[in-house]
Design a binder for this molecule. Structure first.
Ligand code: ADP
Ligand code: MG
Length: 327
């Protein structure tokens, strides 16, 4: 431990210098966090893509969660938004609002998590702001990415007749949260998926010029597919029996329809749900095998509006999503 770690009181500049500047080292736009703002020269022929997600202690994470895991999830949920747009990440801005006073110990462990993931994803810290006295620990991250001009994937581009696809498995994070809150027995795979989503960046980029509508699954499969439908002015028919479930999710769900409903309506999976015309089926199979990402066809886009979910007998299954809504 160096002298600063042992000092209980650390001012904003000490905190920035000790923990944040190292995350900006070698990152051109950051100007070493020594200036008032970052300066980014956009990559030629690209559009810039911006997204921000905020997390509040006690609402979006448990106050006693490991700070490095909180950091990695905060970064990854933002990268997932970039993935959903088909963008490659460049860097990020960080907002730290401490409940009471600046907390060097939290910051040290939080920035360790950021360092691990920013290295893994090849990005750097561009800047941010640090305040105290917010009442609750509030974290905010803005991620910036780039996509070849005009090729960003949009929620608004789904068309009737498209097949609906989803990556990975669905429901793990919502069921993992249930494990953590005592609602189900502990399944480590589900808990890991809740804490550490995998942003589907390579998939998002491979879907440029292939997918029509695309979104990441943050609010739940039904809600996020609903957003694609609303933005595109189409409807969707989804077959619940086709939902890709992990072995751990399958073990927890058994034949409990309420738990399957949690998988379909719960959030936080950070998979991609997208639509593509049927003639792209074989290309999508190739992309799935090249990237070693499971892709599952779960339904079809229709004329009309809204998502209609079919149960395993082909009947319409109405899931009340109110119990699952979060922001
Ligand atoms: P100002 O008061 O001019 O807004 P600050 O003193 O807040 O600037 O910040 C000084 C530098 O430190 C800036 O480059 C800013 O981007 C950076 N910085 C402050 N807080 C953070 C943070 N939480 N994460 C990353 N960079 C930060
Ligand atoms: Mg400031």
């Amino acid at each position: 431990m160096d002298r600063l770690h042992r000092t209980v009181v650390m001012d904003e500049f000490g905190l920035i210098g000790t923990y944040l500047k190292p995350l900006a080292r070698g990152c051109g736009p950051a100007l070493g966090l020594g200036d008032d703002a970052a300066v980014l020269t956009p990559p030629q022929g690209h559009d810039l893509v911006f997204t921000k997600d905020m997390m509040i202690a006690g609402r979006h994470f448990f106050a006693d969660d490991a700070p490095d895991l909180i950091a990695r999830k905060l970064l990854r949920v933002n990268l997932s938004d970039l993935a959903a747009m088909g963008a490659a990440p460049l860097g990020y801005l960080l907002g730290l609002a401490f409940a009471d006073h600046l907390d060097p110990d939290f910051t040290r462990r939080f920035t360790q998590g950021l360092r691990q993931d920013q290295t893994a994803f090849g990005i750097g810290l561009y800047g941010g702001d640090t305040v105290s006295g917010a009442g609750k620990l509030c974290l905010s991250l803005t991620a910036i990415g780039a996509v070849p001009s005009g090729l960003a994937l949009k929620r608004s581009a789904a068309r009737a007749g498209d097949h609906i696809w989803v990556s990975g498995t669905i429901g793990d994070a919502a069921l993992g949260l249930r494990c953590l809150t005592g609602g189900s027995r502990r399944e480590p795979h589900l808990i890991d998926r809740y804490y550490l989503p995998e942003p589907r960046l390579a998939l998002g980029q491979a879907l440029r010029s292939v997918a029509h509508g695309c979104a990441d699954v943050s609010d739940g499969l039904l809600a996020d597919l609903g957003h694609i439908c609303d933005e595109s002015g189409v409807g969707a028919r989804l077959e619940s029996a086709r939902t890709p479930l992990s072995d751990a999710a399958r073990r927890i769900i058994g034949d409990d329809r309420d738990l399957l409903a949690i998988a379909l309506a719960g959030g936080d999976d950070y998979e991609l749900v997208f639509t593509a015309p049927p003639e792209k089926d074989s290309l999508l199979a190739e992309i799935a095998s090249r990237l070693a990402v499971r892709l599952t066809k779960i339904g079809v886009i229709t004329d009309g509006a809204g998502v209609s979910l079919l149960d395993s007998d082909g009947g319409v299954w109405h899931i009340d999503r109110k119990g699952f809504q979060h922001d």
